[in-house]
Design a protein around this ligand. Structure first.
Ligand SMILES: *Cc1c(COP(=O)(O)O)cnc(C)c1O
Length: 374
């Protein structure tokens, strides 16, 4: 366990990240490259250390959600392609140009507004194949042609996004097939009309797990890169991935409660018999779901599982350590990760709180410093 004086911290294991990147890359079709999705501070893992390590191992394609995330990576010296997956207001096109960022064209009007800025801009066209979030309708060939004709637009890629590829139900796999057909049909039409699509990509993590390798030049992996699944839905092709993130916090106090004494807000915890509680210095302002203690949340302390009790505070929480000798202020508690034989998976927390790991990880607050490990 890493030495730090912090009250609470994230640990990003860069060799696990590199292992996951290699594993995902080897699951793609020959000629298809991994595009590393590092939006939301690399799902809470730290966009800079993550992108730096991936770039050092030869990955040249990155995706972020918004302009600011792209600029942050460039300022820190990331040189590869950085695709902004979300909308950038056309008024900020000069920033795209200045920082050599690649912009997604969200729809025909967005493309026209970007072109009106009269700057050469590398773009990827988002095609809507059924998700109805961003994208030009894949069958709207005229709109596609007009975007190619706009001055300054350098179409360097065409992509789409699958919205039910995490599900193996017959209905959803049929919908995914339909999305793929619409996508490849649009690519065929472009080629027939001598409009070069450039890079092509449609798989995200669940597309990689649940589809055969696709004849595209890129695959956008987010959650899989970080070594976890979004939830516990079954997948077709399990890959040998390792969780990258651990989350730890210090014990600050240990106290004994007499029978019938309560603890925490609302005195929500009540001692039925003498109890020992440890106060751990992390709370919901750090991104943990406030309901976690009531949903069966645990921490690892001295290689043992200890239940969270009472109400989580903004910056602290209570753990029942009755019968566990030697718990001392300064001890590191593990909220996500491994301690001895015991492990807490972020999947468990997500399931307990009725959400997906992507949400839990991406909300881990910037107040938690990131320590990289190997
Ligand atoms: C966030 C995002 C991804 C990554 O999704 P994962 O399921 O985490 O792999 C890929 N593509 C787009 C368009 C996204 O917005």
């Amino acid at each position: 366990m890493t030495r730090t004086t912090s009250r609470a911290w994230r640990e990003t294991n860069l060799s696990a990240l590199a292992h996951n990147a290699r594993t995902i890359q080897s699951a793609l079709a020959p000629g298809c490259r991994l595009m590393a999705v590092v939006k939301a501070d690399a799902y809470g893992h730290g966009a800079l250390p993550v992108a730096r390590r991936l770039e050092a191992m030869g990955i040249k394609d990155f995706a972020v959600a918004c302009l600011e995330e792209g600029i942050t990576l460039r300022r820190s010296g990331i040189r590869g392609t950085i695709l902004i997956l979300g909308y950038t207001p056309p008024e900020l096109a000069s920033q795209l140009h200045r920082w050599k960022l690649t912009q997604t064209v969200a729809d025909a009007a967005h493309g026209q507004a970007l072109a009106a800025c009269r700057l050469p801009l590398p773009v990827h066209l988002a095609l809507d194949t059924g998700m109805h979030r961003l994208g030009i309708p894949a069958e709207d060939h005229n709109a596609l042609r007009r975007l190619y004709e706009l001055p300054g637009m350098h179409v360097e890629g065409v992509f789409s996004h699958l919205c039910v590829s995490d599900s193996l139900s017959p209905e959803n796999t049929a919908f995914t097939r339909l999305q793929l057909e619409r996508f490849y049909e649009a690519l065929r039409w472009l080629k027939e009309h001598h409009l070069a699509p450039g890079e092509t990509h449609i798989q995200a993590s669940y597309g990689i797990w649940n589809l055969p390798p696709q004849p595209c030049s890129l695959a956008r992996a987010g959650i899989a890169l970080y070594g976890v699944c979004s939830d516990d839905s079954p997948i077709v092709r399990t890959l040998d991935l390792t969780p990258v993130l651990s989350l730890r916090a210090r014990v600050t106090c240990v106290r004994t409660l007499a029978p019938r004494e309560g603890a925490g807000y609302g005195l929500a915890f009540r001692a039925d018999q003498p109890r020992q509680l440890a106060v751990v210095a992390i709370g919901y302002a750090d991104g943990l779901p406030r309901s976690l203690p009531q949903q069966g949340g645990e921490v690892l302390l001295h290689r043992m599982r200890c239940p969270m009790v009472g109400r989580m505070c903004m910056d602290q929480l209570l753990v029942d350590v009755t019968g566990l000798p030697g718990v001392t202020p300064g001890d590191a508690a593990t909220l996500i990760g491994t301690d001895g034989q015991q492990q807490i998976h972020v999947e468990d927390i997500a399931q307990q709180c009725g959400t997906i790991t992507n949400e839990i990880l991406s909300r881990l607050g910037t107040r938690l410093p990131i320590i990289t490990t190997e």
